[in-house]
Design a protein around this ligand. Structure first.
Ligand code: SP5
Ligand code: ZN
Length: 338
C-alpha cells in the first residue's frame, strides 16, 4: 500500500523573490526549493509514496470557498508584465467603497500583509496547489485511500473567503474540507506554527466542520490579531472552533501532551467522517520563521498519534521554511501513519 501524493509541476512556476518585513526587503522564504525538498524525500521511498499529477480543479469548486472578487484580483495579476511583481501599498479599511479587483492597485483591499506578492504566475500555481488538495480529498472521499498527501505549494491556511496573505492565495485545506463534507462531518487540525486564520474564518459558523489550530502566541507572531482562545465560533458554529497557544521553543513532549489531553479527545467526541491536517513544518527547531523546537523524528510521533484515531485523513502541506530538513520532516510525519 502506497500513499497517494498529489503535486503538479506548474506549482513551481510561481517564484516570489522577496518580501517586506518591517520595511526591510528579505529573500522570500516561500521558495520552489520547498516543494523540491519534499518531492525529493517522497521519491526516495517509492515503495511508500506514489506521486500523482492532479486534474485541474473546476473553478466552481474554488468559488465555493472564495469570493469572485478575490479570484478576479488573481486574474488581474495574470496580466502583469513579465517581470512585474506587485505588492499592494494601500490597505483600505472595509468602510472604503468601490474596491475594483480589475485594478491591481486595489489589491490591498484583499490583502493582509506585505509578504505575499502577485505576479502573472500566481494564479496558475495557486490553482494547481488547490487542485492537489482537491484530488487528495477526492481520493479519500471515494474510499480509494485512507491517507493522502497534498503537496500544496503555495500554502493556503492564511487565505480567507476574500483575503490573501501569509504566502497564501487559495485555502487548499478548506477546499479539501468542503469536498469531504459531502460525506459527513470534517475535522481540520492545523499544526502549522502560525494560526490558520483563513480556515478559521471560512468555517467559523459551521457546526459540521471542527477547526482546531495549535500555534505560537498571536500577540507576537503572524498573523497577529487572531488565533486567541476566546475565538470559539459563532452561531451554529459556536463550540466548533478551538485555538491552542503554545509557548516559545515548545518541545515535542509539550506538543504531544496537548494533542493527547485536548486535541484528540475533541476530535473523537466530534466523531467526523474524515480529517484534514494542515501540516506546516515551521514548528521545526531550525525554522527561520517559526519558534518551536520540534525535531525531524518527532513528526513521526505526531503522525502516529493522529493515525491512532483511524479517521480517513488528507494531509495538506502548509508552511515550513528550513528547506534542508523540510522534505524529511514531511516524510517522517507521513511515515508515522503507517
Ligand atoms: C503558511 C505560512 O507559514 N505563512 C507564514 C507567513 C509568515 N509571514 C511573516 C514572516 C515574518 C518573517 N520574519 C522573519 C524573521 C527572520 N528571522
Ligand atoms: Zn506557518
Amino acid at each position: 500500500m502506497t500513499i497517494p501524493c498529489f503535486f503538479h509541476k506548474e506549482q513551481l512556476l510561481f517564484k516570489p523573490k522577496y518580501e517586506w518585513v518591517l520595511g526591510a526587503r528579505i529573500k522570500h522564504p516561500e521558495t520552489t526549493k520547498r516543494a523540491e525538498s519534499i518531492l525529493g524525500s517522497l521519491k526516495a521511498s517509492p515503495e511508500l509514496f506514489q506521486i500523482i499529477s492532479p486534474e485541474s480543479v473546476p473553478l466552481g469548486i474554488i468559488k465555493q470557498t472564495h469570493s469572485p472578487e478575490l479570484l478576479e484580483v488573481y486574474e488581474t495579476a495574470q496580466r502583469l508584465e513579465g517581470r512585474d511583481t506587485f505588492y499592494p501599498c494601500v490597505f483600505p479599511q472595509r468602510m472604503t467603497k468601490h474596491p475594483n479587483p480589475k485594478n491591481i492597485f486595489h489589491a490591498g483591499y484583499y490583502c493582509i500583509d506585505s509578504g505575499t506578492p502577485l505576479n502573472n504566475q500566481t494564479w496558475k500555481a495557486a490553482c494547481w496547489s488547490a487542485s492537489a488538495a482537491y484530488d487528495a480529498a477526492d481520493t479519500v472521499l471515494k474510499g480509494e485511500a485512507n491517507l493522502t498527501f497534498a503537496l500544496s505549494r503555495p500554502p493556503g491556511h492564511h487565505a480567507s473567503k476574500d483575503t490573501y496573505g501569509g504566502y497564501c492565495y487559495l485555502n487548499n485545506a478548506a477546499i479539501a474540507a468542503k469536498h469531504l463534507k459531502k460525506k459527513g462531518k470534517v475535522a481540520i487540525i492545523d499544526i502549522d506554527f502560525h494560526h490558520g486564520n483563513g480556515t478559521q474564518e471560512i468555517f467559523y459558523s459551521d457546526d459540521n466542520v471542527l477547526f482546531i489550530s495549535l500555534h505560537g502566541d498571536p500577540d507576537v507572531n503572524f498573523p497577529y490579531f487572531c488565533g486567541y482562545t476566546t475565538e470559539i465560533g459563532k452561531g451554529k458554529g459556536e463550540g466548533y472552533n478551538h485555538n491552542i497557544i503554545l509557548p516559545e521553543r515548545c518541545s515535542v513532549e509539550k506538543y504531544i501532551s496537548v494533542l493527547k489531553s485536548c486535541v484528540i479527545p475533541l476530535v473523537k467526541s466530534f466523531n467526523p467522517s474524515s480529517m484534514v491536517i494542515s501540516a506546516g513544518f515551521d514548528t521545526y527547531k531550525e525554522d527561520p520563521i517559526g519558534r518551536f523546537a520540534l525535531d525531524t523524528e518527532d513528526y513521526t510521533k505526531l503522525g502516529a498519534l493522529f493515525a491512532k484515531s483511524k479517521i480517513p485523513t488528507v494531509v495538506c502541506q502548509e508552511g515550513g521554511y528550513y528547506t534542508q530538513a523540510l522534505g524529511e520532516n514531511a516524510v517522517c510525519f507521513l511515515k508515522g501513519f503507517l
